[in-house]
Design a protein around this ligand. Structure first.
Ligand SMILES: Cc1cc2nc3c(=O)[nH]c(=O)nc-3n(C[C@H](O)[C@H](O)[C@H](O)COP(=O)(O)OP(=O)(O)OC[C@H]3O[C@@H](n4cnc5c(N)ncnc54)[C@H](O)[C@@H]3O)c2cc1C
Length: 497
C-alpha cells in the first residue's frame, strides 16, 4: 500500500452493520480512505434490530449523529430498560433497567446495604432506589431533570435507521454499488481478497474488505473458510418470527420480554407502531405453534405479514482474517434478549478504527481484534444464558432443560459467589455493570445467603435515614418527569408518529 494513497475499503452488505460501518469510517477516517459499499436489493436486509442499549448514544456522539434528527428519522422512542415477564416463574415480572441502584460505594455494593436493611425489617423494594426503573414503570421520561441525567437507549425502526445512515454516508462521500456479489478473487500469494465479482461481471478491488453480509458471512465464511463456533448447546433458540402491529397505547419507555412455555416474545414500542417477535428453538416448538403463540399475544392489529427468520447462535473463530473484517451478523450472533447486536457492531468499529491496518501488516492487529471480540461475545453469552438457566419454571421440557443444563464455568462461578456472599463485579468488557447482574439475578429469584459484614457498621437508624433520603430524592425527580409520550412530542416527534 502506498502511504500517500488512500486505503481502498470495500464494504460488502448494506444492512445496519454495513451502513453504520460506512458512516463511521467516512466521518472519522474519511480523509484517509476511499470507501465503496456493495449491497443487493434482491437479497435485502434482516430488517429487525430495533432495541438498543445506552452505549449507542456515546457512539452516535462520536460520529456526530444528532439525537433529535436521528429519532425523528427512525420513529424512535426512549428505552430505560427491559421488563422481563414470566422468566423466574410464570406470573412474575422484573425490570433490568439502565439506571444505577442507590449509591455507589467502593467496598460494599448498594444491594448489600439493602439486604442488611431487609434483615432488620425495613428498606422496601430494591426497585425504589433506581430512578430509571421507577420512571419506566410510571411511563415517564426526560433526558435530564436539573442536574440528574437519566441513562437511556432507544427503540427505532431498523429499516429507517439503515436508510438514514445510507443517506448521510452517501452525502459524506461513500460510493454505493447496487449488485449481487457472486464471487471473490483471492491473491494467490497472500490469500487476501483482491476483488469482489458482481453478478454483472463488475470487479470491485480493494485493500481492506469488510464483511457485513449478515448471517451468510459471504466473505469471511464462504470464501475465506473461517469456521463458526456453535453455541446452540447453551442457547437453543434458532428461529424467530417478526410482525409489526398498530400501537394501542402510548409507547412505554422500555422493551418487553415475555417468556412463553418454549421461547419468548419481544414487544418494542416505536412512535408509530409496535415491533413484535417470538424467539424460539425448533427443537422444542414448531413454526406453526410459534406463530400461534405470537399472534395470540399481540396487543394491536398486525400491519405486516409475519416474517420467519432462522439463525445460528455462536461466533466466527476469527472476525478478522487476512484483509477481511467481519462486522455484524457475519461475525456472530447472540439472540436479542439483551439487545446487544448493534452494540457489538459499534464496539467492532471502535476496535477497527484503533487497529486499522494502514501499514498493510495486519497479523498482530487481527490477533488483538479477535481476542477482544471473543471476550466480549463470551461475556454477553454468559449474561444471556443466565436468564434462561436461572429459572424456577417447571412447566415445559424447554425450561426444565435450561434449569438443568451445565453452564460455562465463568457463569457458574459468578452465580456461586453471588449465591453465597452477594458479591458481584462488573464484567471484563465493562458492558454489564454490577447493577445489571444484580437486577437479573435477584429478579429471577437468586437471593444471596449472606452479604458483606461492613453493611452492619452503620447503625439501624443511620441506614434507615440514608435509604429514606435516596428514595425521597428519586420520588422528587419522578414527580417532575413528563410522560414519555409528552416528552417525545416536544423533543423528537416523527412526521408520521
Ligand atoms: C430476530 C432478531 C432480532 C433482533 N433484534 C435485535 C435488537 O433488538 N437489537 C439489536 O441490537 N440487534 C438485534 N438483532 C440483530 C440486528 O438485526 C443486526 O445486528 C443488525 O441488523 C445488523 O445486521 P447486518 O447488517 O449484519 O445484516 P443484514 O441486515 O442481514 O444485512 C446484510 C446485507 O448484506 C447484503 N448481502 C448479503 N449477501 C449479499 C450478496 N451476495 N451480494 C450483495 N449484498 C449482499 C444484503 O443485501 C444486506 O444489505 C436481531 C436479530 C434477529 C435475527
Amino acid at each position: 500500500m502506498n502511504s500517500t494513497m488512500k486505503t481502498k475499503v470495500v464494504i460488502a452488505g448494506g444492512g445496519t452493520a454495513g451502513w453504520l460501518t460506512a458512516y463511521t469510517l467516512v466521518t472519522r477516517l474519511g480523509g484517509l480512505l476511499d470507501i465503496t459499499l456493495v449491497e443487493s436489493d434482491q437479497i435485502g436486509t434482516v430488517g429487525v434490530g430495533e432495541a438498543t442499549i445506552p452505549t449507542l448514544r456515546t457512539f452516535h456522539r462520536l460520529i456526530g449523529i444528532d439525537e433529535q434528527e436521528f429519532m425523528q428519522a427512525t420513529q424512535a422512542t426512549f428505552k430505560l430498560g427491559i421488563m422481563f415477564d414470566n422468566w423466574g416463574q410464570q406470573g412474575d415480572s422484573y425490570v433490568h433497567s439502565f439506571g444505577e441502584i442507590g449509591q455507589r460505594s467502593w467496598m460494599v455494593e448498594f444491594h448489600e446495604f439493602w439486604m442488611e436493611a431487609q434483615a432488620q425489617g425495613f428498606g422496601g423494594s430494591l426497585e425504589d432506589y433506581c430512578l430509571e426503573l421507577k420512571a419506566a414503570k410510571a411511563n415517564k421520561f426526560a433526558t435530564q431533570v436539573g442536574k440528574k441525567a437519566l441513562n437511556f437507549a432507544y427503540h427505532m425502526d431498523a429499516t429507517a435507521y439503515a436508510q438514514y445512515l445510507r443517506q448521510k454516508s452517501e452525502a459524506a462521500g461513500v460510493k454505493r454499488i447496487e449488485g449481487r456479489i457472486d464471487g471473490v478473487q483471492l491473491d494467490s500469494d497472500s490469500g487476501n481478497i483482491s476483488q469482489l465479482i458482481l453478478d454483472d461481471g463488475a470487479q470491485i478491488g480493494g485493500d481492506v474488505f469488510i464483511d457485513c453480509t449478515g448471517f451468510r458471512a459471504l466473505l469471511i465464511g464462504e470464501h475465506l473458510g473461517v469456521e463458526f463456533e456453535d453455541w446452540s448447546h447453551w442457547l437453543a433458540a434458532d428461529r424467530a418470527i417478526a410482525v409489526q402491529t398498530q400501537a394501542t397505547e402510548s409507547p412505554p419507555p422500555y422493551t418487553r420480554s415475555i417468556a412463553h412455555p418454549a421461547g419468548w416474545q419481544w414487544r418494542i414500542p416505536l412512535q408509530s407502531r409496535v415491533g413484535n417477535g417470538i424467539v424460539y428453538s425448533s427443537r422444542y416448538l414448531s413454526d406453526d405453534e410459534a406463530l400461534h403463540t405470537l399472534t395470540s399475544n399481540l396487543t394491536g392489529q398486525p400491519t405486516s405479514e409475519p416474517r420467519q427468520l432462522g439463525f445460528k447462535t455462536g461466533r466466527r473463530h476469527k472476525s478478522w482474517h487476512k484483509n477481511c473484517i467481519a462486522i455484524g451478523l457475519s461475525s456472530g450472533f447472540l439472540e436479542p434478549l439483551e439487545s446487544t447486536s448493534i452494540h457489538l457492531v459499534t464496539t467492532a468499529l471502535l476496535r477497527l478504527m484503533k487497529l486499522f491496518p494502514f501499514a498493510g501488516k495486519s497479523v498482530l492487529l487481527a490477533e488483538r481484534f479477535n481476542q477482544e471480540t471473543q471476550l466480549e461475545l463470551e461475556t454477553i453469552r454468559d449474561f444471556v444464558i443466565l436468564h434462561y438457566h436461572l429459572t424456577q419454571r417447571d412447566d415445559s421440557q424447554f425450561w426444565r432443560d435450561y434449569r438443568n443444563m451445565p453452564v460455562p464455568e465463568s457463569l457458574s462461578h459468578r452465580m456461586a459467589i453471588f449465591s453465597e456472599n452477594a458479591y458481584v463485579w462488573p464484567d471484563d468488557v465493562a458492558l454489564f455493570r454490577v447493577d445489571s447482574w444484580v437486577q437479573v439475578m435477584m429478579g429471577q429469584g437468586l437471593m444471596p445467603a449472606q452479604h458483606h459484614g461492613a453493611s452492619r457498621m452503620l447503625n439501624a437508624d443511620g441506614l434507615k435515614q440514608q435509604l429514606m433520603a435516596l428514595k425521597h430524592m428519586n420520588d422528587k425527580i419522578l414527580a417532575q418527569l413528563p410522560s414519555h409520550a409528552d416528552f417525545i412530542q416536544q423533543y423528537c416527534p416523527a412526521p408520521n408518529g
